[in-house]
Design a protein around this ligand. Structure first.
Ligand code: MEV
Length: 454
């Protein structure tokens, strides 16, 4: 008991310390050494408007001691519904942006000349859950949603708890009662306009919870949004098989033959993902590579987005791929038809977006007119990312492309700086994969530095 109180006391004190003193405390406790502290303090001193301003960072999260930076790149040439977009992606994975650009290049050769994407009207849903062992609560909730006066009152309670959403043209729209095994819940759909709306919807959910508790005389278990969505964004593309062939093949017949072979293998990989959960998970991970990176760069909640995507993938009771690829013959031409369906709970305003300068830039450079415009872009990005991955798997495998970028990372990890990075990466690529050990990279760097001295 005493130990628990002491820990709680120390954590409260840590929260109240300045960032500098939090770093010093960690150093005094031996959790970090002097060089770690110097690194964190240097980062603190280098506060600039180009990253997150120090006071904003300190207020955004609890116990803040530093800032985590990742490279941000731009996916170029992605044409969606006739408009070319620049999409900012933050990622630690070397090949994500290169693959997306490659997929976008191929999609631009589609019959449509672009990816055709569409988003329905999205809502964010709050759930007020009750225990329902005897079935009574479920029956009472059903009566409530069948009584238009009561529904009106619940929507009013929700909207009054967050009036600014109504002013923006959104607000609570609809209620549903759902009976579950041993539980019952009331769901309330909220139009959150161009915001993801998690905070708004949770505030509304808690207000409705209090109202329901007073009507039912029963304490609810919880009020919280669901990260699932009842609707999804779609994107599709029809690609002539020859567009899949390597640009190194100059002969058109050879391109056609190679393109057909790749189209058929991509379709087979899609069918494999539909019949094997183990493959479907990796197929979907590839789709999310770019989408999660674009969501991160734009200040969106990547975990919410990924949870919704996986829940959608499993909605039939079996985990399935989010996209499908099939070959079709159109005017005697082999076409690869790709289609993705993915729920995208994102926003272009609200949340952390206004606090993060890079997030604002991501929204600006993408020229997203509204949240659905951004959703269409994300779904298209997921589709081309998936196309590039499957095309690589169907041909020479992904390692050839990955290794080029990975070689630079190995060089950086060994301490290479400036021009050294490209030189070491080049030397590493002359070796077999097995020869590219940490020791070998260190040795190459040492040799390079010695030869530069002479
Ligand atoms: C790697 O980040 C993504 C892939 O594994 C996706 C896939 O296998 O489809 C290449």
């Amino acid at each position: 008991m005493t130990a628990f109180r002491e820990t709680a006391f120390r954590e409260t004190a840590f929260r109240e310390l300045s960032v500098e003193n939090r770093i010093k405390t960690l150093q005094n406790e031996g959790a970090i050494d002097e060089s770690d502290a110097t690194f964190l303090l240097k980062q603190l001193a280098e506060s600039s408007d180009a990253t997150i301003p120090a006071d904003v960072a300190n207020c955004m999260i609890e116990h803040q001691i530093g800032k985590y930076t990742l490279p941000v790149g731009v996916v170029r040439g992605l044409i969606i519904n006739g408009e070319t977009r620049n999409v900012l992606v933050a990622t630690e994975e070397p090949s994500v942006i290169a693959a997306a650009c490659n997929g976008a290049r191929i999609a631009a050769m589609s019959i449509e000349g672009c990816i055709v994407a569409n988003s329905p009207q999205y809502v964010t849903t709050a759930q007020i859950a009750f225990e329902n062992t005897d079935g009574n609560v479920a029956a009472q909730l059903r009566e409530i949603v069948e009584d238009s006066g009561k529904v009106e009152e619940l929507l009013h309670v929700a909207n009054e708890s967050h009036p600014s959403m109504m002013k923006r043209g959104g607000g609570a729209r609809k209620c549903r009662a759902v009976a579950l095994n041993g539980f019952a819940k009331l769901e309330i759909d909220v139009d959150t306009c161009d915001a993801m709306g998690a905070n708004t919807v949770n505030t509304m959910g808690e207000a409705v919870k209090a109202q329901l508790e007073s009507w039912l005389g029963v304490e609810a278990l919880a009020a919280i949004l669901t990260n699932t969505s009842r609707v999804a964004t779609t994107a599709e593309v029809h690609i002539p098989a020859a567009a899949l062939a390597s640009t190194r093949l100059e002969n058109l017949d050879e391109r056609e033959i190679e393109g057909k072979r790749l189209a058929s293998r991509i379709a087979a990989l899609s069918a494999l993902a539909a019949s094997d959960t183990a493959r479907a998970a990796t197929h979907n991970k590839g789709i999310l590579n770019g989408i999660a990176g674009a969501a991160l760069a734009s200040g969106n909640d990547t975990r919410a987005l990924e949870a919704a995507a996986h829940a959608w993938a499993a909605r039939s009771g079996r985990y399935l791929p989010l996209s499908t690829w099939k070959t079709e013959v159109l005017n005697e031409q082999t076409i690869l038809h790709g289609r993705i369906e993915i729920p995208l709970q994102i926003g272009i305003v609200g949340g952390s977006i206004s606090s993060l300068p890079m997030a604002q830039l991501a929204i600006k450079i993408g020229k997203y007119k509204n949240a659905n415009d951004f959703r269409n872009t994300l779904a298209a990005l997921g589709l081309v990312q998936n196309l590039a991955a499957l095309r690589a798997l169907a041909s020479s495998g992904i390692q050839a492309g990955h290794m080029k970028l990975h070689a630079s990372n190995l060089a950086i990890a060994a301490g290479a700086k400036g021009d050294e990075i490209a030189k070491i990466a080049h030397n590493l690529l002359q070796l077999t994969t097995a020869e590219r050990t940490t020791e070998k990279v260190a040795q190459l760097l040492k040799q390079l530095r010695e030869s530069d001295k002479n």
